[in-house]
Design a protein around this ligand. Structure first.
Ligand code: HH2
Length: 282
């Protein structure tokens, strides 16, 4: 088990975790919670709720990345997320805040408003975003995907899935380093549900421990995703048990961070999985 650490804002996340990243989507169309937290008040209540349930950090997103989601302008995305982050900071919200965006302009505004981590599903494909992250001295989540949410379904043709994902995450790390972001400020994510078939998501979860070769903390985001529906037939609103199974698998394989909508339930599953992971062999 690797013992890595990363500073996010005032907090150092050290050791194997698991740390819970609670999802706050301030979008009208996110695949599982679209439209629920679009008003400022509803977003603030949900952020406090996730914190009370035991989240270790909060991931705020203003654009849905579900397959085929319509793109949102930088201005619109900024107008969705910045007021929420500003208010949370003004009210003394105690958790580090992550901004889930691939747009430099949105990241810059969110960091200025008080976000402390950039979560980029494109793994710094955009050099302008890499520059913003580097200049802010911020940590960053580099997620693996291919293509864009609009066309990622056409990019599931891997030569050899795990080696390909490993190689492409190494390329993301190289892009970061080239922009002046040291590896010590990165978290890596295999991108469950992004340019992967249901079977490929399952393989990545099964072989997650191979990603420790990259030497960075791993983040996994299986929450409510369609591979759970594929395995079980469960509707999006009914995928909590499947999500907890995936969280358990991720924690047993050494994921340091799990990104979830249902923090209280995931907290318990992650704690038991970690206790099993760390139990004496007898
Ligand atoms: N998944 C989603 C969004 N952002 N970021 C990381 N690092 N890893 C993930 O797996 C990940 C992510 C998709 O989930 P959600 O935010 O619930 O949906 P939507 O994109 O429709 O808002």
């Amino acid at each position: 088990m690797q013992k890595l650490s990363i500073r996010i804002g005032a907090r150092v996340f050290a050791g194997p975790g698991p740390f819970l990243m609670g999802v706050l989507n301030v979008t009208p169309d996110s695949f599982s919670d679209g439209g629920r937290f679009t008003s400022l008040e509803a977003a603030l209540v949900q952020a406090e709720r996730l914190a009370a349930e035991g989240a270790d950090l909060l991931d705020v997103g203003g654009e849905s990345t579900r397959p085929g989601a319509p793109p949102v302008s930088a201005q619109e995305e900024r107008e969705r997320v910045v007021p929420v982050i500003e208010r949370l900071r003004a009210e003394g919200f105690r958790l580090p805040i992550s901004i889930d965006t691939s747009k430099a302009e949105v990241a810059e505004a969110a960091l200025r408003a008080g976000a402390e981590l950039v979560n980029d599903i494109q793994g710094l494909a955009d050099p302008a975003l890499a520059r913003v992250v580097a200049e802010a001295g911020a940590p960053v989540v580099l997620m693996h995907m291919r293509g864009t949410p609009a066309d990622m379904g056409a990019h599931t043709d891997y030569r050899d899935l795990v080696p390909d994902v490993l190689r492409e995450l190494r390329q993301a790390l190289a892009r970061a380093e080239q922009a002046g972001i040291p590896a010590e400020r990165t978290i890596l994510d295999p991108g469950i549900g992004f340019a992967k078939t249901a079977e490929q998501n399952l393989t990545l979860l099964r072989r997650l421990s191979e990603l420790h070769a990259l030497g960075r903390p791993l983040l996994v985001g299986p929450s409510r995703k369609s591979f759970i529906g594929k395995v079980t037939g469960a509707a999006i609103s009914d995928r909590l048990p499947g999500t907890l199974a995936a969280v358990t698998a991720a924690v047993l394989a050494g994921a340091a961070f799990v990104r979830v909508h249902d923090v209280a339930a995931a907290r318990q599953a992650a704690a038991v999985a970690a206790a099993i992971r760390d139990a004496p062999l007898g």
